[in-house]
Design a binder for this molecule. Structure first.
Ligand code: ATP
Ligand code: MN
Ligand code: MN
Length: 304
């Protein structure tokens, strides 16, 4: 698809030093939000996003034509991507190498928007120590029949269980249907340990409360329950980045919230682009880095 050559002003649009092409293209038709507004959103939110998303491999959900067009989940850098969207070569399990994307600054985020990205998805480890994750994520995926109150109650229960295991966490409204419970980690354990820990934790919870939780992906078993998706916790897996837009009607945003406020939200989509850009968002309460620990399988076995 060609750029429109109509947009004299839009054609000259520059955000964070990057030229934005087709800036006047409407990408969220219902909300009337343009590609330029998406780029400006990411520039405006850079200070909030970068502490979570900088210096780690990033996948992009690209919708070059907006919500009405095709969707591409892109893990690897492509030809013609702006330099601000940096590249790093990583070894693959098959022994080959592949080029992954990462950002370090606002220009990188805007570069992603220039390539038609609406959503940013992050790895659980950073560039300088890719084999030592700094976060463990429990992605709560409710069966469509459940109310959001069931999801927030479940998230709070996970919080209490994790706290009892010495693991403080924080909640994120996904901007879709669910809540993510994120455990920041000291970078001690490797992926095998973190994945095993997440799997055992989810499986034990599901076996204790089989009417509320499942720990397997099967949609049939999910009926009336919440899938505790622990599979985000492996090398190469991603989760939505905090303050990323979602490619859904209404331009909802994934937003970290406070545990005390969580039950007051009636949906995972209460924050949208205009609201977040206006700064009408909670200050997240992230655990003090000094309090962070590593997941210990032995502690898990003893506590549950
Ligand atoms: P919701 O709250 O609606 O579940 P979510 O972001 O948690 O929103 P999920 O479907 O539960 O969505 O999680 C899927 C995760 O898997 C995404 O966050 C993304 O990082 C990752 N992912 C891996 N491959 C893809 C893909 N091809 N398309 C979309 N997401 C993918
Ligand atoms: Mn989910
Ligand atoms: Mn999921």
């Amino acid at each position: 698809v060609m750029d429109t050559d109509a947009g004299q002003s839009a054609d000259k649009l520059t955000v964070a030093g990057l030229r934005i092409s087709s800036g006047d293209r409407v990408v969220y038709p219902d909300a009337g939000i343009t590609k330029a507004q998406v780029a400006e959103y990411y520039a405006a939110l850079a200070d909030r996003i970068l502490p979570f998303a900088a210096d780690r491999p990033l996948s992009l959900l690209r919708l070059p034509e907006g919500l009405k067009g095709e969707t591409f989940f892109q893990k690897h850098a492509g030809k013609g991507f702006p330099d601000a969207l940096r590249e790093m070569a990583l070894e693959e399990s098959d022994g080959g190498t592949a080029s992954y994307m990462y950002v370090t600054d606002a220009a990188g985020l805007v570069g992603a928007a220039q390539m038609g990205a609406l959503e940013l998805h992050i790895w659980g480890s950073r560039r300088d120590r890719l084999d030592r994750p700094d976060r463990m994520v429990f992605d709560l995926d409710p069966d469509p029949g459940l109310g959001f109150a069931d999801v927030t109650a479940a998230a709070s229960d996970l919080r209490d269980r994790l706290e009892a295991l010495g693991l403080p966490s924080w909640p994120l409204l996904s901007g879709g249907k669910g809540v993510h419970v994120v455990v920041p980690l000291r970078r001690v354990a490797g992926w095998d340990t973190v994945k095993l820990y997440a799997r055992i934790f989810a499986t034990l919870l599901a076996s204790e409360e089989p009417d509320r939780f499942v720990a397997t992906m099967s949609k049939a078993k999910r009926k009336g329950r919440i899938f505790i998706d622990w599979l985000r916790n492996e090398r190469g897996a991603t989760a939505i980045a905090p303050y990323s837009l979602r490619a859904r009607a209404g331009a909802p945003v994934a937003v970290p919230v406070r545990w005390d406020d969580l039950r007051g939200y009636d949906s995972a989509q209460v924050f949208d682009l205009p609201r977040v850009q206006a700064g009408d968002i909670p200050d997240p309460e992230l655990p003090d880095p000094g309090s962070l620990t590593e997941p210990r399988i032995s502690a898990l076995e003893a506590a549950l």
